[in-house]
Design a protein around this ligand. Structure first.
Ligand SMILES: Nc1ncnc2c1ncn2[C@@H]1O[C@H](COP(=O)(O)OP(=O)(O)OP(=O)(O)O)[C@@H](O)[C@H]1O
Length: 238
C-alpha cells in the first residue's frame, strides 16, 4: 500500500461561522504533482496551511510524511512558497537565499544558490537588493527559496503569478523533472492551462472537494476538452 505524503481525512475547518472546508478527504501520493484549483476563497490556501501545520483542523485529521500535523520537525523536509512573498527587502537576492539556506540546514550553500537561481532565471540579479526586484522577480526568488536543498515535498501556493509565459514554461518543466525524480508537489493555481500539466486535479467548490482525478479523466467525465471547461461546468452545476 502506498503511504500518502500528505493526507487529509474528513477535514473540516471554520473561521467564525464560515465553513471553509466541509469534510474534505484528499491525499497527495509520492512522486505526483497535484494541482489544487477552485474559485477565489474556496479554501485552497487553507488546505495548504493545514498541511504545513499553520492552521489546525476543527474536525478530521491531517498527516504529512505519516506524522500528524502540526509537527515542527516536518518543516525541514519540505519547500514551501506562500502566496505572498516573505523576503528580506533590505538584503540582496543572494543574501535572502543564504539566510533561508542556513536556516534550513542546506549543505553546499554556494552551489545550491547557483542551482536554484538558474532554475528561476535570477542569476544575473542575485546581487541586487530584493527591494528593487519587480513583483515577478520576487515570486521567482520565493520559488528559488522553496527549491533550496532539493526537498522531497514542495508546497507551492500560486507559484507562477506575475511570471512571464516562457519562464513559467521553464518552471513547469523543472517541476515535472523533479516529479520524475520522485519528488512530490502540491500546487495551487488560477492558471487553467497549468492545471493541464499536473498528474491530478483536486477541485474545491463551496468547501467540498468535488473532483479529484487526472486532467484527461476529468475532461472525459465532463465531456469537454479543457480543465477550464471542467471548472466552469462544475461551478454551473453547483
Ligand atoms: N485567518 C482567517 N480568518 C478568517 N477568515 C479566513 C482566514 N483565512 C482565510 N479565511 C477565509 O476563508 C476562505 C478561504 O480562504 P483561502 O485563502 O483558503 O482561499 P483560497 O481558495 O486560497 O483563495 P484565493 O484563490 O483567493 O487565494 C475565505 O473566505 C477567506 O476569507
Amino acid at each position: 500500500m502506498t503511504i500518502a505524503i500528505i493526507e487529509l481525512t474528513d477535514v473540516s475547518k471554520k473561521y467564525g461561522t464560515q465553513v471553509v472546508l466541509d469534510d474534505v478527504s484528499f491525499a497527495v501520493n509520492p512522486g505526483e504533482i497535484v494541482g489544487l484549483i477552485g474559485p477565489s476563497g474556496a479554501g485552497k490556501s487553507t488546505i495548504i496551511k493545514i498541511a504545513l501545520g499553520m492552521e489546525v483542523v476543527d474536525a478530521g485529521n491531517a498527516t504529512v510524511f505519516n506524522k500528524k500535523m502540526p509537527e515542527r520537525q516536518i518543516l525541514g523536509e519540505l519547500g514551501y512558497m506562500a502566496q505572498s512573498d516573505a523576503l528580506y527587502e533590505q538584503l540582496s537576492g543572494r543574501e535572502n537565499l543564504e539566510f533561508f539556506a542556513e536556516m534550513r540546514g542546506v549543505k553546499n550553500i554556494d552551489s545550491e544558490i547557483e542551482r536554484v537561481a538558474e532554475i528561476v532565471d535570477l542569476t544575473p540579479h542575485l546581487d541586487k537588493y530584493a527591494s528593487g526586484y519587480s513583483g515577478g522577480m520576487k515570486r521567482r526568488l520565493s520559488l528559488a527559496i522553496a527549491f533550496l536543498g532539493n526537498p522531497k515535498l514542495l508546497i507551492l501556493d500560486e507559484p507562477t503569478v506575475g511570471i512571464d509565459p516562457s519562464l513559467r514554461r521553464q518552471i513547469w518543466h523543472e517541476l515535472q523533472t523533479m516529479r520524475n525524480n520522485g519528488h512530490t508537489i502540491l500546487v495551487t493555481t488560477h492558471v487553467m492551462d497549468e492545471a493541464e500539466l499536473v498528474d491530478r486535479v483536486a477541485l474545491l467548490l463551496g468547501g467540498k472537494l468535488i473532483a479529484n482525478d487526472s486532467p484527461s479523466k476529468l475532461e472525459d467525465a465532463y465531456h469537454v476538452d479543457t480543465i477550464e471547461e471542467v471548472f466552469l461546468m462544475a461551478e454551473e452545476e453547483k
